[in-house]
Design a protein around this ligand. Structure first.
Ligand code: SME
Length: 307
């Protein structure tokens, strides 16, 4: 049990890798932010020896306001930029204080606290709060502890911001899917034009439009759509993305070869039968990819969109 009077911590005995795994499992089970923050503070308090306080502060217009914590009731708000917490928040860097009495700007909430670490909560360059732990022992925290607590806080940020991100991206995802569908429909139209055109020059012109659109679509899938769909928690969707990603890469290669062979109207006019044969093959491959995307991937992605 933690608390006053325990022996000074042997930080080498703390297995932060194990704690990281455990805290991830603890947070994954509950989507609510307050519950996650509360359990995170309790987890740290219970697993690190020789603490008397562990908890969050989050900013509002008054300064840093107390969040979920374990320990004695604490000061709130902390004036903007003030105290060890304010320094961590403003500088966006972890603060290790060996002796709180030696730091003029330390804000004392519990006279028993003697040393402290404060880690900023950073999400994509933005600091959205701090996590503070206090000990009744002077110089309780080593650099290894700071690095370890940063790793635990990293898991917390990753899990909670993943959620915020997903909510945020829902509308964005709807637009991305609509764009994907529009590309696919145009590609389908151009492909059926090529099926019915007889004139080599008209075919070559349509092929070059198709080339532009198909490449844009493959890039859009590869760099924009697939990474968005694959980073969610839906394992089925991830699997479908993986498979389709392979198909898309194959198609891109096939398309390059096809384009190299049928570069212009004169090559097409010189071997119409050969062109038709190879066009039919590549058109089937394009159609297969678009159908998998439409019937498999987009359908599986639909539930991610909040209508
Ligand atoms: N000591 C902190 C204030 C928070 S308490 O320790 C819980 C500070 O100086 O920012």
């Amino acid at each position: 049990m933690n608390g006053h009077g325990t022996l000074a911590a042997d930080s080498a005995s703390v297995d932060y890798t194990l704690l990281e795994r455990q805290v991830r499992a603890l947070l994954d089970g509950e989507p609510n932010f307050i519950a996650r923050a509360a359990n995170f503070a309790a987890f740290v308090y219970e697993t690190l020896p020789d603490l008397n306080w562990a908890g969050f502060y989050f900013p509002d217009e008054r300064g840093l306001v107390l969040g979920p914590f374990v320990g004695r009731p604490a000061c709130s708000p902390l004036p903007p930029g003030r105290g060890v917490c304010g320094s961590a928040f403003v500088s966006r860097s972890t603060q290790i204080v060996e002796d709180v009495h030696a730091v003029a700007d330390h804000i004392e909430c519990d006279a028993a606290s003697r040393s402290e670490i404060v880690v900023p909560l950073m999400d994509k360059g933005v600091c959205f709060g701090v996590f503070d732990i206090d000990s009744p022992s002077p110089a309780r925290f080593t650099r290894d502890d700071a690095a370890g607590v940063e790793r635990l806080v990293g898991v917390f940020v990753e899990i909670v911001s993943g959620n915020a991100g997903a909510r945020h991206e829902s509308g964005d995802l709807a637009r991305v899917l609509a764009l994907g569908r529009a590309h696919a429909a145009l590609i389908g139209d151009l492909a059926s034009d090529i099926d019915s055109l007889l004139d080599a020059t008209a075919i070559a012109v349509t092929l070059s439009h198709l080339d532009t659109l198909l490449r844009a679509h493959l890039t859009f899938e590869h760099e924009w759509l697939f990474p968005r769909l694959a980073r969610g928690e839906n394992a089925l969707l991830r699997k479908r993305v993986e498979r389709l990603n392979g198909d898309v890469a194959d198609l891109a290669e096939q398309w390059d070869t096809f384009r190299e062979t049928w570069r212009d109207a004169s090559t097409i006019a010189a071997d119409t039968a050969g062109f038709r044969r190879e066009w039919n093959a590549i058109a089937r491959a394009i159609d297969g990819c678009l159908a998998a995307e439409r019937d498999d991937l987009f359908v599986a992605a639909e539930p991610l969109i909040q209508h």
